[in-house]
Design a protein around this ligand. Structure first.
Ligand code: SAM
Length: 266
């Protein structure tokens, strides 16, 4: 949700930037963030775990041979950005970034076109609730070949989409993508710590910011028809770690997110 004057209305992108230790946030965002921290004291850690999941899942896709990426709800640039991770493995990887926050747009023009080496990035100011507009945007059709697999990521995005039919959004994108494409999602759940998450949700909603939690069953339903990559729908710190790391159940509550990676079959 974007207010006319950036100083009058907190933005989800800037609150997240604050949680990650960034500098692209204003007093109004920090005030909201402090209240969210009171409700959910470990949300900074949750943001970092989410961001590390983005790193691991992008690397996984690149190692699986994905050369083109569509990252929706990309956020204020935070190094390393998705294209930097992908291009470490696939130097000529092409990345289309999408966000609906004008502030991200302002940063994207400057940052996402830097240091691309053999690859390429572009940015669409667009809304995930209008997949058709994103899919026909000239920036996308000019950079991605939709006859070849694409890695579609919606990481820390869908809890900001309250009323739209997520199954329909996801299937519209996947129908347009070639077999072998991947879907990557991470989103907030109240399954582990209902009171903590509900209190944080209230802070967002009081400020007219969307905040929707999802169950394991709901997140699983978004991957219908896909081959779910092991270990399935799990909290993000439990996905893609090379060594077996033990996490206490209390850590699941601190992070309070589910993630998943699925492949569109041939
Ligand atoms: C928490 S940030 C996530 C950044 C990045 N994906 C990550 O996980 O590190 C969420 C981003 O989603 C964007 N967003 C929220 N609603 C959106 C929508 N309907 N369409 C596109 N982007 C949206 C926000 O502007 C924000 O930049």
């Amino acid at each position: 949700m974007n207010g006319e004057n950036p100083l009058n209305q907190p933005h989800t992108s800037r609150i997240y930037d604050y949680f990650l230790g960034g500098k692209d946030n204003y007093e109004i965002d920090r005030k909201a963030a402090q209240e969210i921290l009171q409700a959910w004291p470990h949300i900074r850690q949750a943001a970092r775990v989410n961001r590390q999941f983005m790193h691991r899942s992008t690397r996984f896709l690149a190692e699986a041979g994905i050369r083109q990426f569509l990252d929706i709800g990309t956020g204020i640039p935070t190094e390393p950005n998705l294209h930097q991770i992908a291009q470490r493995t696939v130097p000529d990887a092409r990345v289309v970034y999408v966000d609906n926050d004008p502030l991200v747009l302002a940063h994207a023009r400057a940052l996402m076109t830097m240091d691309n080496g053999a690859g390429a990035t572009t940015y669409i100011h667009g809304d995930v609730t209008d997949p058709a507009a994103i899919l026909r945007a000239p920036e996308l059709t000019g950079l991605l070949d939709l006859n070849e697999p694409v890695g579609l990521s919606m990481i820390a995005l869908l809890h900001f989409v309250e009323s739209a039919d997520i199954n329909k959004i996801v299937s519209t994108f996947l129908d347009a993508l070639a077999p072998g494409s991947y879907l990557v999602i991470c989103t907030i759940t109240a399954d582990f710590a209902p009171e903590q998450v509900a209190a944080a949700q209230d802070v967002y909603r009081v400020r007219k910011l969307p905040a929707q939690v999802r169950t394991h069953e709901e997140v699983t339903s978004w991957f219908a028809g896909l081959e779910l990559v092991e270990p399935g729908i799990v909290p993000p710190h439990r996905w893609g770690l090379e060594q077996t790391t033990e996490f206490a159940p209390s850590f699941d509550a601190k992070v309070s997110c589910y993630c998943g990676v699925g492949r569109k079959p041939a």
